[in-house]
Design a protein around this ligand. Structure first.
Ligand code: SF4
Length: 129
């Protein structure tokens, strides 16, 4: 069931840190699939602009999840992101997830890996400041 409650981030990023995480994700996705970062795909439903709107939730999920299999991440994407997404319909069905055109579910390993590495650099920079 879709909820209208906004996501409340556990870990707050500064604007610069947010840009760093997004840049890491876009760089890796661009290497993996240049089409994913094309202007048309960025703006499409389920594209990377949607991912930007869900970045806080992705960051929290990556921070709280022990690295390993992708399934625990996917389960939390469904719970914390899909349940707030307007693209998800009744019975938790999402046509974009079903057709493989939501970037979050099409490239989860790349998005999780890029986010984790960027957060590692962010944490290191915070310790030094
Ligand atoms: S899979 Fe569907 S419901 Fe989930 S984030 Fe993507 S577009 Fe939204």
């Amino acid at each position: 069931m879709t909820t209208t409650h906004p996501y409340v981030p556990e870990f707050k990023l500064t604007d610069a840190e947010r840009e760093k995480v997004l840049l890491e994700i876009y760089t890796r996705l661009g290497q993996l699939s240049p089409d994913a970062v094309s202007a048309g795909q960025m703006e499409a439903r389920g594209g990377l602009k949607d991912l930007e709107r869900n970045l806080d939730a992705v960051v929290d999920i990556v921070r709280r999840t022990v690295p390993g299999h992708i399934e625990p991440y996917l389960a939390q994407f469904l719970e914390d992101i899909c349940n707030r997404c307007p693209n998800q319909g009744p019975s938790a069905h999402c046509p974009l997830r079903f057709s493989g055109t939501c970037s979050l579910f099409r490239y989860p390993e790349t998005i999780v890996g890029a986010t984790r590495d960027a957060l590692g650099e962010i944490d290191a920079a915070r310790r030094l400041s």
